[in-house]
Design a protein around this ligand. Structure first.
Ligand code: ZN
Length: 129
């Protein structure tokens, strides 16, 4: 028996993500979210621009072989300049490899346009702290 993880993100980090998405528009933007992971709660309170990110409207990916594990990556944030905030097949592949919680923001990138998914692509709730 395990309760679902509760994902929390600091207001500052979420606002930085949404601003970044607005500035990158109409290109897609990917950030790595870092922070701390407890037994039941994940807190994302830092973000990194994904190194060597390549993106187009259909998929987003990055080269991470230089990424230190010590960065404390807990998930990702990326934008969907077109279409709804639903994970693509490429997204699901990335989700399964990059941390526990994944935010997708659809245009126009307001708080209400953000949805959160677990590593299997199931939608989960999240809280801004
Ligand atoms: Zn996507």
């Amino acid at each position: 028996m395990s309760n679902p993880m509760k994902f929390t993100i600091s207001r500052e980090v979420l606002e930085s993500c949404l601003l970044g998405a607005q500035e990158a528009h109409p290109r897609e933007l990917l950030f790595l979210l870092a922070g701390s992971k407890g037994k039941e709660i994940i807190l994302a309170d830092r973000l990194y621009l994904a190194p060597l990110a390549q993106s187009n409207e259909a998929s987003v990916s990055f080269n991470d072989f230089n990424l230190p594990i010590a960065m404390g990556i807990v998930g990702t944030f990326h934008s969907h300049p077109t279409g709804p905030a639903i994970p693509s097949r490429a997204d699901l592949r990335m989700f399964s490899q990059k941390g526990a919680c994944h935010l997708i923001a659809a245009y126009p990138y307001n708080r209400a346009d953000v949805r959160c998914f677990d590593s299997k692509g199931k939608e989960i709730s999240f809280a801004v702290v």
